[in-house]
Ligand binder design. Structure first.
Ligand code: TRP
Length: 451
């Protein structure tokens, strides 16, 4: 378990002479058929990263997450098959990568519960997916939680369990998932603080967003997403399906011969997710020189097809043999559980779910004196305005607020910082104390919420 303790920060890296293994982990929700956006934004970069030396990759089908969004068993079943076939066709090497189904890892729901017990509800209220649904309800004059399941509400906790179960260092995701990774960090920090007894039980994961391709635009220019119905299929419909979809990419109405602006074309953005630098420069120059959109689309289709054609053949072969995919996934689950099961055993012990054995000393330890905690102090200055600060146990000022017109406002910020922890700091009207790092503040807030 060297990789777990070793490496939360660069400082440990430099003192460690052994080559460090970086764990990279990502999941893909099994509700739909993979489209070009999934390939460019998640599958392809993850597979590329899995081939780097010193990288140990965990890729999985997030089928428990799928149940949150979909109550059609046939769709879940079909999607799991298609997504597994897609990853394998795209070049994932199951001998190199641990490739599994989330639902085959019984340790994940158990860890989800351990994390649920340290997750602050206030933090979960801020999760984008839940907040969007709640806001839509309010806008429609409905009860705030109408139609919202506990699955949706707890989505980030299940995702944190996916990540923390394997102590992933890096999590390649789209930008829309970054908040979830931050929540996983926050939960890891709290758990470490509460139960680590000085040890870093969990690695604090980091999101990896490839800014260039993370948000592939769809047919209408918005993010390519099934929910916008603007996707380009990956393998479905063959080469013809690809051509038909690209034909529907919206362009402006400039005629052949007129100069086009490549910077404002999502057709160009799609092309550039596949093209190399020379190809990019060439298409841009030709568009500026008046290339017609029809010709540009033909160029885009040909370029994508060059990459995807061979993969499509492998995909068809795999879909025709689901039993091979099943065997591959079961072998992946075996490898994953060989990591997860002993680790979960340690975590159970850490929280107090321990075997009952005879001990010489009294079983109930006398409660130890609580370590002195950091604290928030609210006060009013001679200027009549209200302030607060976060002070360390030794009195050092960690955070100093701006002035508020009312004590209530100051109190609301204090409450927010207490519930949401480090995540609330960037938005809060506070300055760090002299020489105080973001990590100092995060630790203090985690200590407070645990205390
Ligand atoms: N929520 C992710 C998505 O919708 C899928 C996912 C589930 C995931 N668990 C994960 C991604 C863990 C990365 C790590 O895209």
């Amino acid at each position: 378990m060297r990789s777990r303790r070793a490496c939360n920060d660069a400082a440990t890296l430099t003192t460690n002479h052994e080559p460090m293994t970086q764990r990279v982990l990502t999941g893909i929700t099994t509700t739909g058929t993979p489209h070009l956006g999934n390939y460019v934004g998640a599958i392809r970069p993850a597979i590329t990263a899995s081939r780097e030396p010193g990288v140990e990759s965990f890729f999985f089908l997030a089928d428990y997450h799928a149940l949150i969004k979909c109550d059609e068993p046939a769709r879940i079943e079909r999607s799991r098959l298609e997504i597994a076939a897609t990853w394998l066709a795209a070049g994932l090497d199951p001998a190199r990568v641990t490739f599994y189904r989330q639902s085959d890892i019984v340790e994940i729901p158990e860890l989800t519960w351990l994390l649920t017990c340290v997750a602050s509800k206030g933090l979960m209220n801020r999760a984008h997916a839940y907040k969007a649904a709640a806001d839509a309800n309010l806008a429609a004059g409905e009860d705030v939680d109408a139609g919202i399941t506990m699955g949706l509400f707890s989505y980030p906790i299940l995702m944190a369990a996916d990540i923390l179960m394997f102590n992933a260092h890096r999590v390649p995701v789209g930008r829309d998932q970054v908040q979830h990774i931050e929540m996983a960090r926050d939960l890891a920090q709290r758990f470490n603080h509460l139960f680590g007894a000085g040890r870093e039980l969990f690695v604090l994961p980091e999101a990896n967003v490839d800014e260039r391709v993370a948000m592939l635009p769809g047919l209408d220019g918005r993010k390519m997403s099934k929910s916008y119905d603007n996707t380009v299929p990956l393998f479905e419909g063959g080469a013809k399906g690809l051509r038909d979809a690209i034909a529907h990419v919206v362009t402006d109405s400039r005629a052949p011969g007129e100069a086009k602006d490549p910077d404002n074309s999502h057709l160009v953005a799609i092309y550039e997710a596949f093209a190399d630098d020379a190809e990019r420069a060439a298409l841009r120059a030709e568009l500026r020189a008046g290339m017609g959109w029809g010709d540009a689309k033909a160029r885009v289709v040909a370029r994508i097809e060059r990459d995807l054609g061979p993969l499509r053949e492998r995909y068809a072969e795999l879909i025709a043999h689901p039993e091979r995919i099943e065997a591959t996934l079961l072998e992946g689950a075996r490898k994953a559980r060989a990591v997860a099961a002993p680790f979960l055993g340690e975590l159970r012990v850490a929280v107090g779910l321990r075997p009952m054995v005879a001990v010489a000393a009294p079983v109930l330890a006398t409660p130890k004196a609580k370590a002195a905690l950091p604290s928030f102090k609210q006060y009013r200055e001679a200027d009549g305005r209200f302030y607060f600060k976060l002070a360390a146990a030794d009195g050092r000022v960690l955070l100093q607020s701006a002035a508020f017109e009312s004590g209530r406002e100051a109190g609301q910020w204090v409450a927010k910082l207490k519930t949401a922890g480090a995540m609330a700091v960037p938005d809060a009207p506070v300055a760090h104390g002299e020489g105080v790092s973001a990590q100092d503040v995060a630790d203090a807030l985690a200590a407070l919420s645990a205390g």
